[in-house]
Design a protein around this ligand. Structure first.
Ligand SMILES: [Zn+2]
Ligand SMILES: [Zn+2]
Length: 275
């Protein structure tokens, strides 16, 4: 059995492990057109109204009119350019922080509306939604704080509240190798997998500094890695219970790189997670 197949989530869905791509200028203009005011203002039936309104200025001061029109077009272009730059910064942060979907461990960077569950452009996150404050599909007011704008995994469709927090902090993976599995997680850990034979997975939204996905496994004699391949480099902490023989601990440690801190802990309480 390959290492990826050990976790039930990876068996069901192939997670996205690549970084998100940047935004093209054309896409930025498309996103800006989701703005309700702009969408309303660009309706075809309004064109004759604009033409009629511009006749008088065009007649009396055509150069001023041209200057105003050129300024408006340049402002719109600069707005789209600023949005592209911001999204580049957003993608760069995502590359560093690697927020993960708790369910399928895909990389997350997308957004959706809480009511219609349609994907929403990242414009809704820029400047607190100044240029996109309503869902382009159902018109719901989008707000991270009100949890009407959600982080969204395009692989398994799991949503997560507060994308303004989740996407701007790292998601760490913690692996705990034990001789037995705990039954009742303590604290704010959410169980994110059904019970399976040799492991359990939990998610903690964490604080403003990080979120965590924790895998607890009891098959310490297995030759396979305790997490899927794409999670090895993201594993920050490897906990190994003290009653596991050194030979197995060293073998498990060999699956991870130098960025993983390895600690030996004691299973004092079998029914709680005490990290
Ligand atoms: Zn909607
Ligand atoms: Zn997912």
């Amino acid at each position: 059995m390959p290492p990826e197949a050990k976790l039930p989530v990876a068996r069901e869905l192939a997670p996205i492990t690549e970084d998100p791509a940047g935004l093209l200028l054309g896409e930025a203009f498309q996103h800006l057109r989701c703005n309700r005011l702009l969408r309303w203002g660009l309706r075809r039936w309004l064109i004759p109204t604009y033409a009629a309104a511009l006749i008088a200025p065009a007649w009396f001061n055509p150069s001023l009119l041209l200057a105003v029109l050129a300024g408006a077009i340049a402002s719109y272009f600069l707005l789209a350019l600023a949005y592209v730059c911001w999204y580049g910064w957003f993608v760069n942060r995502n590359r560093n922080y690697k927020p993960l979907c708790p369910r399928c461990t895909s990389r997350m960077w997308q957004l959706c509306c809480d009511r219609c569950r349609e994907p929403v452009p990242p414009l809704a996150l820029w400047l607190r939604g100044m240029f996109l404050s309503h869902c382009p599909y159902c018109g719901l007011h989008l707000s991270c704080r009100d949890e009407t704008l959600l982080a969204w995994c395009s692989t398994c469709s799991r949503t997560q509240p507060r994308p303004d927090q989740l996407y701007f902090k790292p998601t760490h993976v913690v692996v705990w190798i034990r001789t037995s599995l705990p039954h009742t997680p303590a604290g704010e850990w959410e169980r994110i997998s059904k019970n399976y034979k040799h492991g359990a997975a939990f998610y903690h939204v964490g604080d403003k500094h990080s979120a965590s996905i924790m895998y607890i496994r009891d098959d310490y004699k297995s030759p396979d890695a305790p997490v899927a391949a794409h999670l090895k480099n993201q594993t920050r902490l490897l906990l190994v219970s003290s009653n596991i023989p050194d030979i197995h601990r060293d073998f498990i440690r060999g699956h991870f790189g130098p960025g993983t801190i390895c600690e030996t802990v004691s299973d004092v309480n079998e029914d709680s997670i005490s990290i």
